[in-house]
Design a protein around this ligand. Structure first.
Ligand code: PG9
Length: 615
């Protein structure tokens, strides 16, 4: 993410600071707070580097807000206090930041999204026990605290807040997991429906596991599209670069399917109890952890007996709500200070309510409606009363609410060549971090792939009325390949009218609403991949997760279908191999891909649609 205040990955800050238990001012001074550093002892004797920022003139006992991170806390507090925490300061809190185990100035070993400890082993540790031990220490050491603790954080820190909440210290009274991944095989950072997120996975693992700080992999090409293509098959990664030294890459290779490795670290089976009031936060254009927050809210909601489970989703990229106005993303305006609205009207009241008994609890779901650029409040999400509408694929690139007629032309086709994969954003594709493009690629104009011979586009006529999506979005695609494995990548797009004027640079713009891959080998089971029979028509579900978007009257709805999305998704060899991480260069082959649009095989988009509303 590009915004100046990186709370998740990409905060490539490496500052030096002496670790001591003494008050100090530099380098993140804020005159309203006394800053103290400490090495906080954990139950196994390891110590975690922690900074405490306690108000000098509190109006009364203060709750503690704790943020734990793997990205380094030095130099971070001042900016957090100026942005992310700004609207909470007047309410009166002590803020505490901590480097997690094995990162930056903390002792111990870092383990990527460390699995939950064995409950029968009293000596075992995990992120929840480290949080527990930290809270225990803070309650004794933070002067004038009111005995209540809140946690929040974005992405990895959001995940840390979530695991703390699943196994909470009794003083933990409110948690806001923001952009937290929950299952790294089904969605979020490392895979989407089992398809590997190559550029993110490779670069993130290099960043986190090369040393204790945020390491940047050196690409010897300006365009990483070129670099990853030249890299070739994934078996070259360890051979040429990682030399089997990075544990998470080795885990990717050893666990290509949805096995117990992935299942035991998934939070999904553990989200069976609302342990503390929970405000889950996500962004409609989150390029890293989009599925996690929506799924977390959905799973917790089933167990929300006391009405303490809340959701807020804005028009944001990954963490885009943490600072600034977030009144636009790339070229797409949102017409208001959506970041400020969230921080002041949702986040601050949530913590004030549960940690200070002040003000009202937040609404059940505060959801930004993209396309209309308004906020809506719902008392359930997805809202009740949505109906599924189907948009069918037709020959000659047409998309319509009418199903395919008898004797429709059978299929549209293209050749997918792994030697020339479809880029996921306009080239040059510069490295994920700290480049400026990664945080914005989800709103880039999709015309850069429209018309490629290996991309099919299906498009409606200009809409006669608004179509407002609120909830599930999926694509049922009937496809055949000449290969024995392949990917189907589907992008749902809002096409702006040619005479669009607000602003004129969006005229004809193809705005991505959602895009996801489906990997043919996993069409029946994520646990046991199976080859495809060449030429056989199979049904594929491309899960576009959820949306809250108004396709406006006069706009068109488009889907683009391709068989690669590179390098954000690794290339499918298009020949079934037992493990794509071990494929060789010679395994990659061209394939002819057919997308069907007949009554028997009616490929279609299915959108949960609500009537137009005013709130
Ligand atoms: N998306 C990042 C991440 C979170 C959790 C695990 C791995 C990566 C992040 O921004 O923190």
């Amino acid at each position: 993410m590009r915004h100046q205040l990186r709370i998740g990955a990409g905060a490539l800050v490496a500052l030096c600071l002496t670790v001591a238990n003494a008050p100090s001012q530099a380098p993140d001074a804020d005159s309203r707070f006394e800053r103290t550093e400490a090495m906080v002892p954990m139950r196994d004797g390891k110590k975690l580097f922690t900074t405490l920022h306690v108000p000098k003139e509190p109006k009364g006992p203060v709750p503690i807000i704790l943020l734990r991170t793997p990205y380094g806390i030095d130099g971070r507090a001042e900016r957090l206090l100026r942005n992310y925490f700004k609207d909470m300061i007047d309410d009166g809190y002590a803020f505490v930041l901590q480097d997690i185990r094995g990162r930056f100035k903390s002792e111990g070993t870092f383990v990527m999204t460390r699995p939950a400890r064995d409950p029968n082993d009293p000596k075992a540790v995990d992120e929840a026990s480290d949080t527990y031990d930290t809270i225990e220490w803070l309650l004794k050491e933070v002067k004038g605290n009111n005995g209540r603790v809140g946690m929040l954080g974005i992405s990895y820190p959001g995940w840390l807040a979530a695991v703390a909440m699943l196994d909470p210290h009794p003083a933990l009274k409110a948690v806001s997991p923001q952009a937290s991944p929950i299952d790294m095989f089904l969605g979020d950072d490392f895979h989407h429906s089992g398809a590997f997120r190559l550029s993110y996975g490779f670069e993130y693992v290099a960043m986190m596991e090369t040393d204790k700080t945020n390491f940047s992999f050196h690409f010897d090409r300006h365009d990483t599209y070129d670099w990853y293509l030249k890299l070739g098959a994934l078996s070259n990664v360890n051979r040429k670069h990682f030399k089997n030294a990075l544990p998470t890459w080795n885990d990717f290779v050893a666990h290509p399917n949805y096995d117990t490795f992935w299942k035991t670290q998934s939070l999904e089976p553990r989200l069976t109890r609302v342990t503390v009031p929970t405000l889950t936060v996500g962004g409609w254009y989150d390029q890293e952890d989009f599925r996690g927050p929506l799924k977390m809210y959905e799973l917790l909601e089933k167990h929300d007996k006391k009405g303490q489970n809340f959701l807020a989703v804005g028009p944001w990229n990954h963490g885009g709500w943490a600072s600034g106005k977030a009144d636009r993303l790339g070229r797409v305006p949102f017409d208001s200070d959506t970041g400020g609205h969230f921080r002041k009207e949702v986040q601050a009241p949530f913590f004030a309510h549960y940690l200070k008994d002040a003000g009202k609890a937040p609404p059940e779901a505060r959801m930004f409606l993209t396309g209309a650029n308004t906020w809506a409040t719902y008392d359930s999400w997805p809202p009740k009363g949505a109906t599924a509408r189907k948009l069918y694929f037709h020959p000659k690139g047409k998309l319509s609410f009418d199903p395919p007629p008898e004797r429709a032309a059978e299929a549209s086709e293209y050749v997918s060549d792994p030697a020339n994969p479809v880029p996921y954003r306009p080239r040059p594709v510069r490295p994920t971090y700290p480049g400026p493009e990664w945080p914005e690629w989800m709103v880039q104009d999709q015309r850069f792939t429209h018309g490629r011979p290996d991309v099919l586009s299906f498009e409606t006529e200009p809409l006669a009325e608004d179509v407002t999506v609120a909830g599930a979005m999926k694509v049922k695609l009937f496809g055949a390949t000449t290969g024995t494995d392949c990917d189907w990548v589907v992008r749902l797009i809002d096409v702006y009218p040619e005479d669009y004027k607000k602003p004129p640079e969006l005229a004809g713009y193809q705005l991505l609403i959602a895009g996801e891959p489906a990997r043919a080998r996993f069409r029946k089971s994520l646990e046991k991949p199976e080859p495809v029979k060449p030429g056989a028509v199979e049904e594929y579900l491309v899960d576009l997760v959820q949306g809250h978007h108004r396709f406006r009257k006069g706009h068109r709805i488009m889907v683009q279908v391709s068989s690669s999305w590179f390098p954000v998704i690794d290339r499918n060899p298009q020949k079934f191999v037992p493990n794509i991480f071990e494929a060789e260069d010679a395994d990659f082959q061209k394939a002819t891909q057919k997308v069907y649009h007949t009554p028997a095989f009616p490929s279609r988009v299915e959108l949960d649609v609500i009537p137009a509303r005013t709130n």
